[in-house]
Design a protein around this ligand. Structure first.
Ligand code: NZQ
Ligand code: ZN
Length: 384
């Protein structure tokens, strides 16, 4: 096992009506920014719950944070934070709103242009404190320090990460997810699944506990994900999906083990160029990436097939093929198509993604740093 230091500073407030807990956690002094997205929270009652919970708190609203939040929109929020001397951000929504809050929290305290944090590695020395109310289980953003922001003008989707922007608390009320459209239920389950894969499907380092944590989350998502599509208002199913998605990317399962993240990095370019949903890009990239990297990942692909998909085959090459097929079939079962052609993308997209990867310096991806541009093109070509 590799060395690590682990601390998760987010207090999870899990379950129905836990929104009431935020009253004692949001600072009563100073000004709060209530940040949200395109308005789903106004239709499902979450907005009213938050406003009630903020009784007596001085707050300003900022709405319109879009899926794949943009630098252009978030910069407007940064201006308001500065003008109105906001001292706390309450993010209410999915990963995009929470990621957006992290960017605003850091950029408002940064002297130059906040985009430096995403492209030039500018250090985040301080940030406003953040609280989160999660409405879409998927990204784990509610209890990690990562943020992904898109700059429309340059078609770049870039990430930064620091514990300084990790939410202090996160409300996870499964009933808030009842209103999710089918597409977002699917996206959430597939995104969480691939988060686990990025931290699990590398090479063995004799870390059986991390492996079993990961396998437990994968098995739970495979079991509960289709049920969430069938019975959208079943509380326990939603609760299990929600907790799985948080646990998939709150840091725990990735401690002391190698990590990959190449599926995400290639996927981000597909979103930046063609606005495909984040999870869709992962469902397209992961199966061919497993195929191309099967020698490097051999032991773990076999372990995934045997322990998670319950496969039992003498011929391990056949088992690897079957494991890749089962992974792809699970994405399709969750309603996500896995070929570039399903989204009217062809050879041009392979070239364009490769060019963007090169421009962004993504030329040595994966746990071994051996996915170069040529290999990324091979992976994408297999997804045509
Ligand atoms: O904007 P509103 O109106 O709220 O609607 C949203 C949005 O249209 C809607 N939605 C959310 N909760 C809902 C709901 N609709 C009805 N009922 C509800 N309860 O769902 C749509 C998608 O929301 P979004 O926040 O974009 O989805 P998600 O949570 O999947 O976040 C995706 C973003 O997170 C980034 C992705 O790259 C992408 O930009 N990621 C962040 C990560 C992190 N911080 O650790 C890791 C991930 O790998 C990922 O990269
Ligand atoms: Zn993801």
């Amino acid at each position: 096992m590799l060395n690590f230091a682990f601390k998760n500073r987010t207090e999870i407030l899990f379950g129905k009506d836990q929104i009431n807990e935020i009253a004692s956690r949001v600072p009563s002094q100073g000004k709060v920014m209530f940040l949200y997205g395109g308005g789903s929270i106004k239709k499902n009652g979450v907005y009213d719950d938050v406003v009630n919970a903020l009784e007596g708190v001085d707050f300003v609203e900022f709405s319109g944070v879009e899926p794949n939040p943009t630098y252009e929109t978030l910069s407007k929020a940064v201006e308001i934070v500065k003008e109105q001397n906001v001292s706390f951000i309450l993010a209410v929504g999915g990963g995009s709103v929470i990621d957006g809050a992290k960017y605003v929290a850091a950029a408002a305290k940064y002297e130059g242009d906040g985009w430096d944090i995403l492209v030039n590695g500018a250090e985040v020395k301080s940030a406003l404190p953040i609280g989160a109310v999660l409405t879409l289980p998927a990204t784990g953003s509610e209890s990690n320090g990562n943020s992904v922001v898109t700059r429309k003008e340059t078609q770049q989707k870039r990430a930064f990460g620091t514990p300084i922007v990790q939410p202090q608390f996160a409300v996870l009320d499964p009933t808030y997810t009842f209103s999710l459209p089918t597409r977002q239920i699917s996206n959430g389950v597939v995104d969480a699944f691939v988060h686990v894969i990025e931290q699990y499907l590398t090479y063995p380092v004799n870390a059986p506990l991390q492996d079993r944590f990961a396998e437990g989350i994968l098995s739970t998502l495979i079991e509960q994900g289709p049920k969430a599509l069938e019975n959208p208002e079943e509380y326990d199913v939603r609760a299990n999906v929600m907790w799985s998605a948080t646990m998939a990317l709150n840091g725990l399962i990735g401690q002391g083990v190698p990590q990959d993240w190449s599926t995400h990095m290639i996927g981000h370019e597909l979103t930046a160029l063609y606005s495909l949903d984040h999870a869709v890009t992962l469902a397209i990239v992961l199966p061919p990436l497993m195929f191309v990297q099967q020698e490097q990942k051999r032991a773990k692909i076999i372990q995934l097939g045997e322990r998670v998909f319950g496969l039992d085959m003498q011929d391990k090459n056949e088992l690897i093929d079957a494991t890749i097929k089962h992974t792809q079939d699970f994405f399709e079962q969750m309603g996500i198509k896995t070929k570039l052609g399903d989204y009217d993308l062809g050879e041009d997209a392979v070239e364009a993604v490769a060019n963007n990867l090169e421009r962004n310096g993504m030329t040595a991806l994966g746990e071994h740093g051996d996915i170069d541009i040529a290999k990324a093109k091979k992976i994408l070509s297999l997804a045509l």
